[in-house]
Design a protein around this ligand. Structure first.
Ligand code: FAD
Length: 698
């Protein structure tokens, strides 16, 4: 029988936005059900663990950020294990498993985890379970859930082999009676999932609360047999369900009718500054498919510096109407101005429970729901599971349990994840669900700022920074009403008083600065996405749609540098731009044509994907930027392979960046007569040398 020391393992997470942390916590929660004791720590808390002498198996959960970097919280740890003076067997005692999180829409998929994994291997550490790479592009849970499921068996085997070697080497075994007891009690709870008795919760069953047959559901079932968010069809509706264990609650929320202290939008300590929006220009025609807006922020009063290629974070609130609806739905409208106190529940079984740092004490409830929690986030299965316990109607509860169950995975993906529904949508769909506020505080993540690339150079616009963004629109679907993207929808409303079409007088000349709308911003410098320091290096820029934003900054910078130093040698600058219609959404057209005219831009290559062929004169016209890249393959190859130039790609991560990457492989393969694998090696080399750089988003 393994002793407690053997049944105890350590979970270390490196999280950027909280996902790795919540998966690590989920593993920690499940551990007891499988007979294990888990300790958990963030990789940044280096005083809480010591791998140099760690005899417990270690489970790492590591996300990826930026250009394939480990998260900020793991940087110190990575520096430590990368120390070149460490001997190659430094961690040969360590047994570990690693779950990497990433997004295949971005370059260097899961690289944060891969970096740590390969360095641990170099230092002699051994896997006790195969590494998992979860893809946020297709849904983390597709890999995470089965990976966690397999972890328990792998741990059991590891502990058995450890206990066998302990018996051979008694010096390793230091367990006590007490420890053995704890382990045995843990084993008793060895039950990963709760089997929900179908007979208790069948769709057409008697409603648990009112004792009546849930006739509305029964009726709907007899007329339609199509699954939806609210209802399932056979076989799911008839299945015995395996649902995840109920996450233990750990927060206590107290509302007091007292004056609120903390209602200040996060500023100083998070690096945010409040600035005026001095200009808002609609860059597209009214009939364009997507509307694009340029904002000018006045940063002259603030200590903010940036280079073209950097981005800025913008703080945006949740929609007032959605906050109101949520308050109404939770029956808390009368308390919206009450001060909120959040404490840890005494006796919670949650491991390493902490009051979330993003929920300030003594702020009003309305403020917290408006500025601190991402109320639009897609509820995870654990949240759906917890909501089921606060649902009175038997049929609604059954449906919520289906949606978080193993058997209902496809329905969860179709009706929750792929439709991007939020907690409010769930509460509207399941009217008998009335969760306490604490549940929302436990499960809703921090409201994240949105990043926007600087579309200007401070050489050309001292004291100002420009952004260009598309107003994101989500059409109505059965699961939710039509809505705009949170930040872009808010920004467009927020600047409505100063928004003007191209070519009219800027607002700051009509309005005093005090009347201008304000926004909180924080610089988000890029470590690599900048113009080469040597201006003679040629560059190719690929930026369709709003992806052109950082290149406007590059070109403004170059235009000024040309003016200031006419003797210097400047490398060629190529820009590949694309949009739908030449006359509707050719962003910053006049400025780009000026750059092309005055020689700042050597080649402006454009394409229009939705214009009729005869309007541009050729039948086989290039539709997308990658087609134009192919048409100019010789020049692109020569710039990258002979002239040591740089390729920059900016914009849509989902399709464009992948298509451009494939085209680059084709161009290089053709030019050097290489097969795809060898072309990939050349492209990887370009990335490594920071000559193929991406600033992409989805
Ligand atoms: P959100 O509400 O956050 O929605 C965004 C995404 O959520 C959607 O794309 C979709 O995948 C999903 N989603 C949410 N709700 C639904 C739903 N109901 N149906 C379907 N899908 C849904 N953007 C620019 O326009 N210009 C830039 O210069 C720019 N630069 C950036 C630089 C960086 C470094 C990064 C990381 C991003 C950049 N972005 C830029 C993207 C920008 O940060 C935002 O993601 C974007 O503006 C959308 O924000 P939002 O809050 O309006 O949308």
């Amino acid at each position: 029988m393994p002793c407690e020391a053997a049944a105890r393992f350590l979970i270390l997470y490196g999280s950027q936005r909280g996902q790795a942390q919540s998966i690590a916590e989920e593993i920690c929660e499940q551990a007891a059900d499988h007979g294990f004791t888990a300790d958990i720590s963030c990789l940044s808390n280096q005083d809480k663990y010591n791998l140099d002498s760690e005899i417990r198996p270690v489970v790492f959960v590591v996300s990826t950020t930026g250009d394939g970097d480990p998260p900020d919280t793991a940087q110190k740890f990575v520096r430590k294990i990368k120390n070149k003076s460490l001997p190659h067997d430094h961690l040969s005692h360590l047994r570990y498993a690693l779950l990497g999180l990433g997004d295949t829409n971005y370059a260097n998929f899961c690289n944060g985890g891969k970096t740590i994994d390969s360095r641990l291997q170099q230092l002699g550490a051994k896997h006790f379970y195969a590494t998992g790479h979860a893809d946020d592009g297709t849904g983390l849970e597709v890999v995470v859930d089965p990976w966690i499921e397999g972890l328990w068996d792998a741990l059991k085997k590891t502990f058995s082999s450890m206990s066998a070697s302990d018996q051979q080497d008694p010096a390793r075994s230091e367990c006590t009676q007490d420890n053995n007891h704890k382990n045995a009690s843990g084993q008793k709870n060895n039950k990963a999932d709760l089997e929900v008795d179908l007979n208790l919760l069948k769709l057409s069953e008697v409603d648990s609360q009112n004792g009546k047959t849930d006739s509305s559901v029964a009726e709907t079932r007899s007329t339609t047999l199509v699954a939806s968010l609210k209802q399932s069809v056979s076989p799911l509706s008839e299945s015995v369900l395996k649902v995840p264990a109920l996450p233990p609650s750990y927060l206590e929320v107290v509302l007091e009718e007292a004056s609120t202290e903390g209602d200040a939008i996060p500023s100083g300590e998070d690096g945010f500054r409040e600035v005026s929006i001095s200009k808002a220009v609609q860059l597209t025609q009214d009939d364009a498919v997507k509307s694009a807006i340029l904002l000018e922020l006045d940063i002259s009063e603030q200590d903010i510096a940036y280079q073209p290629g950097d981005s800025f974070d913008i703080l945006c609130p949740n929609r007032a109407s959605e906050v109101e609806e949520l308050l109404l739905r939770l029956d808390l409208q009368m308390q919206k101005n009450f001060a909120v106190q959040v404490n840890l529940l005494k006796n919670s079984s949650k491991k390493a429970a902490k009051v979330p740092l993003h929920i300030p004490q003594n702020s009003s409830l309305q403020f917290i729901l408006t500025w601190c929690l991402e109320i639009r986030s897609v509820p995870k299965k654990a949240f759906v599971r917890a909501l089921a316990d606060f649902t009175r109607s038997g049929s609604e509860k059954r449906r919520l349990l289906e949606l978080c169950s193993k058997e209902g995975s496809a329905d969860y993906n179709s009706f929750i994840r792929d439709t991007n529904i939020c907690v409010l949508d769930l509460l509207q769909a399941f009217p008998s669900c009335l969760p306490p506020l604490s549940l929302l505080f436990e499960h809703l993540p921090k409201l994240q700022p949105r990043a926007y690339s600087a579309a200007s150079s401070s050489l050309q616009h001292p004291g100002k920074v420009h952004f260009v963004f598309n107003v994101v629109e989500f059409p109505a679907c059965p699961e939710h009403p039509a809505r705009t993207g949170l930040c872009t929808g808010w920004l467009v409303d927020h600047v409505s008083s100063i928004l003007r079409p191209l070519g009219t007088v800027p607002a700051s000349e009509r309005l005093g600065t005090s009347a201008l709308p304000k926004v909180h911003v924080r610089p988000r410098p890029s470590s690599t996405f900048h113009l080469p320091s040597d201006p003679s290096v040629p560059v190719v820029m690929v930026g369709p749609g709003t992806g052109v934003a950082p290149f406007i900054g590059f070109l403004q910078q170059r235009e000024k540098e040309h003016e200031m130093n006419q003797e210097a040698t400047f490398g060629e600058m190529w820009l590949f731009f694309g949009c739908r219609h030449k006359d509707k959404d050719f962003l910053c057209r006049e400025e780009l044509e000026r750059f092309a005219h005055n020689g700042t831009l050597s080649h402006l290559i454009v394409c229009f994907s939705r214009d009729e062929p005869d309007e541009v004169g050729t039948v086989n016209r290039p539709t997308y930027v990658q087609h134009n890249l192919l048409l100019h393959a010789k020049n692109v190859a020569s710039i990258l392979l002979k002239d040591k130039g740089c390729l920059y790609v900016c914009g849509d991560a989902k399709n464009m960046a992948k298509d451009v990457n494939d085209t680059l492989l084709e161009i290089i393969g053709n030019e050097l007569q290489l097969d795809k694998l060898d072309a990939m090696k050349i492209v990887a080399g370009l990335r490594e040398e920071k000559r193929y750089l991406q600033d992409i988003w989805s």
